[in-house]
Design a protein around this ligand. Structure first.
Ligand SMILES: *Cc1c(COP(=O)(O)O)cnc(C)c1O
Length: 345
């Protein structure tokens, strides 16, 4: 078998959820959009529901339908993109709660699904999703008359605790929602770490559950092991891979390993000085990342194992992300489409 092996530790995921939950005095939900950040929303959702999570968030109604099938009735499932044209049947059949983002969505919702639970997403300055202050002022009375289950907004710069945007958005969110006596939510992972002012009634962590920054204390959740297909000896001056990008400076042993940019090992990592691990021993990835393969300098290993690890306790999704000039979120959501998966816990 020449596909990568992705191991997902659901016990570590649950521990991350519990540790985030312990930071606040409010409810901790879980964001499982993009198929649970690539790790399988159903498996992730079931593990967290068993641990006590009562509310889940997805990006689109379609994702909510798949999650409801996995979770069964009971847990709340909310949809960030709100109530889009054509969503009514999905929202109703799978008991999904849209976070309404505009007057248009609100009218659509009240018309097609009167009495169906909803929340409202407010824009506190990110200018991405949600009603702006003027729009909210115009419809708040009507919306509040229909008993929204949540008023929420999202922080643009929560991963930078010192950024002035955080306090500005907090202030705006409070102006829009103080005194309304409806449950409120502002914080994702980053916001949870900004302190209790940001917690309100419910927090919505995503990346921290899956082991990513800005939750520095997160346990790693994913391991990615790559099979070695072939090992060869090279003379000084010989080159490996596309574009002759790497040239041996000494007699070298090169392992060809089964994963490439189609497996989420971004091609830009080739310039980033990343390693793969033989047990605890790091070995540099050399040459270009190709679609299905990378080449690794294993000259200093006494013995080349069958598998080399590219994600493990030592090398996190954020370290791989740095090497590729991206963020842990993108590494998670782009890894593992072709891998054989094992779930622990
Ligand atoms: C993705 C998302 C989250 C979760 O964010 P993390 O940074 O992954 O914790 C929360 N709320 C909204 C609106 C989101 O889009």
């Amino acid at each position: 078998m020449s596909t990568a092996r992705l191991t997902i530790n659901l016990d570590a995921l649950v521990t991350n959820w519990r540790n985030l939950d312990a930071l606040t005095n409010c409810e901790t939900a879980a964001v499982v959009k993009a198929n649970g950040y690539g790790l399988d929303a159903g498996r992730v959702g079931k593990a967290l529901a068993r641990a006590g999570a009562r509310n889940f968030f997805v990006a689109a109604a379609e994702e909510g339908g798949a999650l409801r099938r996995a979770l069964g009735p009971g847990p709340g499932i909310s949809v960030f993109s709100g109530h889009m044209e054509g969503d009514a049947k999905l929202l109703k059949d799978f008991q999904l709660t849209p976070m309404l983002n505009s007057l248009d969505q609100m009218l659509r919702h009240f018309e097609t699904l009167p009495g169906h639970p909803f929340g409202v997403q407010l824009d506190s300055g990110m200018n991405r999703l949600g009603m702006e202050a003027g729009e909210w002022a115009a419809v708040a009375e009507i919306a509040l008359g229909q008993n929204p289950v949540l008023l929420m907004s999202h922080l643009a710069c929560a991963d930078e605790p010192g950024h002035g945007m955080n306090a500005r958005q907090l202030h705006t969110f409070r102006e829009l929602t103080d005194g309304l006596d409806i449950p409120r939510s502002l914080a994702a992972t980053g916001g949870m770490l900004l302190g209790s002012d940001y917690h309100f009634d419910l927090c919505r962590p995503g990346i921290g559950l899956y082991g990513g920054l800005p939750f520095k204390d997160a346990l790693p959740v994913v391991q990615l092991n790559l099979p070695v297909i072939q090992v060869r000896d090279m003379e000084p001056g010989e080159s490996a891979g596309y574009g002759n990008a790497w040239v041996a400076k000494r007699p070298s042993r090169i392992a060809t390993v089964a994963a490439g940019y189609a497996d989420g090992l971004h091609r830009a990592m080739g310039q980033g000085g990343i390693q793969v691990y033989a047990g605890d021993t790091p070995c540099p990835v050399v040459g270009r990342v190709s679609m299905d393969l990378i080449t690794v300098d294993v000259t200093d290993l006494a013995e080349v194992p069958d598998m080399l690890a590219i994600l493990n306790e030592r090398q996190t999704v954020d370290m791989l992300a740095d090497a590729a000039g991206t963020i842990g979120y993108e590494i998670l959501t782009s890894s593992g489409h072709r891998s054989a998966r094992t779930y622990l816990g």
